[in-house]
Design a protein around this ligand. Structure first.
Ligand code: HEC
Length: 506
C-alpha cells in the first residue's frame, strides 16, 4: 500500500465507512480507544488476510464484532487498505493528552507492603505474558504451578520491567500504555498512555524513573514510577531539526543515565537521571531547545547527544557500561566507548544480521566473550570482548532471536525461530562453544525464549501458539520436567533474574 493513496475516492469512502462502523471503538483517527490502534505501525504483526478475517468474523470473547452481515467484501477490503495506510500527519500525543489518560487504580500508600501469594519464594515467581488473549500469568518458579492470572492491555510489547525490590512490574503495550502492577497485592496501581505506538521502556537503576521509547509520535517520555505521572517529554530531533522514531531505550546503572537509539537520525542520546547531573552534562553543544544549553545551571534530566556516523540500533552493553556494540544500518557491528564517547571499532563484519541486544557474555578460556544470535542466518557469532574479533561461528539449524544463560549454568540456550526448524532449541556448552543438545519440545511448533529459574537449575521454554505451553527443563540433565498449557506465552520473566540490574536488600 503506497502513501498518497489516501487522496483517492476509494479511501475517502473507506474513511466514511470507518467513521460509521469502527470509530466508536478504534477512535476517529484510528488511534485506539476501547479497541486497539489501527495504524500500519501498530499492525506490523497482523497480516492483511488475518485483518480481513477479524473484520468478517469478529473476535470471540472480545468486543470486536463480526461485520460479515453488515459490510460487503469490497467494503471490507477497502477498510483493510485504509487501516494499513499511514496517517498523513504524525498524531500529536502531547503532554496534555498524556496527562489526561492517567488512571490511578489503587493508591500505592493504601496497599500493604506484604506479599499475598502463597509461594515459597516471591522472587522466584515468573511473570508470563500470554499474548494469545492478552493476559499475564504468575507462575511459581519452585512448584511450576500457575498461581494467578489477570488481563493486560492489548498486545504487550518489549520486556516488562521490575522495581529493584521485585514488588512492582511495569508493562508497556504496543499502543503506548504503561501499566504498573503490584505483585504483592495482585492489583493494578496506575496506568498512562504515553504514545500511539511504543517500542520499549527502561527503568532507572534506583527504580525511580521509567523512560519510554515511541515510534509514534517521535518522542521519549519520562515517568515517575510512584504513580506513573509524566515528568518530561522529549521531542526527538537531531541538531538539524530532523525528527526520528526511537528504536529503543536502555539503562546504564553506573552512569545513572538512560540511552536512546534512533531509527532515522545518526545520533545516540544519553539522559541523566542523577539528582545532580554531572557538571556540564548536556551543555557541550547547543540544544535545539531554547531553554537549555545556554544556562549554567543544569536542567533536570538533561540530554547529551553522541554523534554517530550511521543509524545505530540494537545494542549490547558490556558489564561496566563502557563499551557498547550496536548494529549499523548496513548490518555491521560498531563499538562505541562511552568513556571517551567515540567509535573505537568502526566495523565488525559478521554474516547475516546479528541481534546484539539478545547477546550473552561469559568467560571462555580466560577471556570475556559475547555470543550473539542472528536474525538471518543459522549462526551464533562469538566475539572476544577485548579485541572485538570473531573467535567462533557456531552453526545452528536456522536463524534465531533470543539466547539465555545463567551464572550457575554451563550452557547457553537459544532457539531457531525462523524457517523449517522453528521448533528447535539448541543447548550450547560455554566451555567448548559446541552444541551439546538439540531439542524439539513440540515438533512443528515454534519454540522460543528461554528463561532460567532464580537458581539456574531449570530452564523454561515457550511454545508460541494459541494452544501453546511453557515447558520446564532440568537445566543440567536437559530432561523435560513439566508442561504448563498457556495461550501464546510470548515471554516469561523471572523476578529475581530480572532485578539483578541493581543489588538490593529491601
Ligand atoms: C464495539 C467495539 C468495536 C467496533 C465497533 C470495532 N472494533 Fe475492531 N476491535 C475491537 C476490540 C476490542 C479489538 C481487540 C480484540 C482482541 O482482543 O483481540 C478489535 C480488534 C480489531 C482488529 C485487530 C487488531 C489487531 O492488532 O489484532 C482489527 C483489524 C479491527 N478491530 C478492525 C475493525 C474495523 C475495520 C471495524 C469497523 C468495521 C471495527 N474493528 C469495529 C473493538 C471494536
Amino acid at each position: 500500500m503506497k502513501q498518497g493513496f489516501a487522496q483517492t475516492a476509494f479511501t475517502h469512502d473507506a474513511a466514511k465507512l470507518f467513521k460509521t462502523h469502527c470509530a466508536e471503538c478504534h477512535s476517529e483517527y484510528r488511534l485506539g480507544g476501547i479497541g486497539p490502534a489501527l495504524l500500519p505501525e501498530n499492525l506490523k504483526y497482523l497480516r492483511k488476510p488475518a485483518a480481513i478475517n477479524t473484520i468478517l468474523n469478529g473476535r470471540a470473547k472480545t468486543l470486536m464484532p463480526a461485520f460479515k452481515s453488515k459490510l460487503s467484501d469490497n467494503e471490507i477490503q477497502s477498510l483493510v487498505e485504509f487501516i494499513y495506510t499511514p496517517l498523513t500527519k504524525t498524531p500529536d500525543w502531547n503532554i496534555e493528552k498524556i496527562k489526561a489518560s492517567h488512571i490511578i487504580h489503587n493508591k500505592q500508600n493504601n496497599l500493604p507492603n506484604k506479599p499475598l501469594l502463597n509461594v515459597k519464594d516471591q522472587l522466584n515467581v515468573f511473570v508470563v505474558v500470554e499474548r494469545g488473549d492478552h493476559h499475564v500469568t504468575l507462575l511459581d518458579g519452585d512448584t511450576f504451578e500457575p498461581v494467578h492470572r489477570f488481563k493486560s492491555r492489548f498486545s504487550l510489547i518489549g520486556e516488562p520491567k521490575f522495581s529493584p525490590s521485585g514488588r512492582f512490574v511495569y508493562f508497556s503495550s504496543r499502543d503506548g500504555w504503561i501499566s504498573k502492577y503490584d505483585l504483592y497485592n495482585l492489583k493494578w496501581v496506575a496506568e498512562i498512555r504515553v504514545g500511539i505506538n511504543t517500542r520499549n521502556q527502561a527503568i532507572s537503576a534506583d527504580g525511580r524513573y521509567l523512560l519510554v521509547a515511541n515510534f509514534l509520535p517521535h518522542t521519549l517520555v519520562l515517568l515517575d514510577t510512584r504513580d506513573l505521572s509524566p515528568i518530561k517529554l522529549y521531542q526527538v530531533k537531531n541538531l538539524q531539526g530532523k525528527s526520528s522514531r526511537v528504536s529503543a531505550v536502555y539503562t546504564s546503572p553506573p552512569g545513572n543515565s538512560f540511552f536512546a537509539a534512533f531509527k532515522d537520525i545518526s545520533e545516540f542520546w544519553e539522559i541523566s537521571y542523577a539528582d545532580e547531573p554531572p557538571h556540564g552534562f548536556g551543555m557541550w553543544m547547543h540544544d535545539y531547545r531554547v531553554d537549555s544549553g545556554e544556562n549554567t545551571k543544569p536542567q533536570p534530566f538533561p540530554l547529551r547527544r553522541i554523534l554517530v556516523n550511521d543509524y545505530l540500533d540494537d545494542f549490547y552493553f558490556d558489564e561496566d557500561y563502557i563499551s557498547f556494540i550496536g548494529l549499523t544500518r548496513a548490518g555491521k557491528g560498531q563499538v562505541i566507548d562511552m568513556d571517551v564517547r567515540k567509535i573505537i571499532v568502526p566495523e565488525i563484519i559478521l554474516k547475516g544480521k546479528p541481534h546484539f541486544s539478545s547477546g550473552v557474555s561469559f568467560n571462555y578460556k580466560g577471556r570475556k566473550v559475547l555470543a550473539v544470535p542472528n536474525f538471518r542466518k543459522g549462526i551464533i557469532s562469538v566475539l572476544d570482548m577485548e579485541s572485538w574479533k570473531l573467535i567462533k561461528e557456531i552453526k545452528t539449524l536456522g536463524p534465531g532471536f533470543y539466547m539465555q544463560t545463567h551464572k550457575n549454568s554451563p550452557y547457553i540456550w537459544t532457539e531457531v525461530l525462523f524457517g523449517p526448524n522453528k521448533d528447535v532449541i539448541h543447548v550450547i556448552d560455554k566451555s567448548s562453544l559446541e552444541i551439546v543438545k538439540t531439542l524439539r519440545p513440540a515438533p512443528g511448533k515454534k519454540s522460543a525464549h528461554v528463561e532460567f529459574t532464580r537458581d539456574g537449575k531449570h530452564a523454561l521454554v515457550s511454545i508460541w501458539e494459541k494452544q501453546g505451553a511453557v515447558i520446564v527443563y532440568d537445566a543440567v540433565t536437559l530432561k523435560e520436567i513439566k508442561r504448563i498449557p498457556m495461550n501464546n506465552p510470548s515471554g516469561k520473566y523471572n523476578v529475581f533474574n530480572r532485578t539483578r540490574y541493581v543489588k538490593t536488600n529491601d
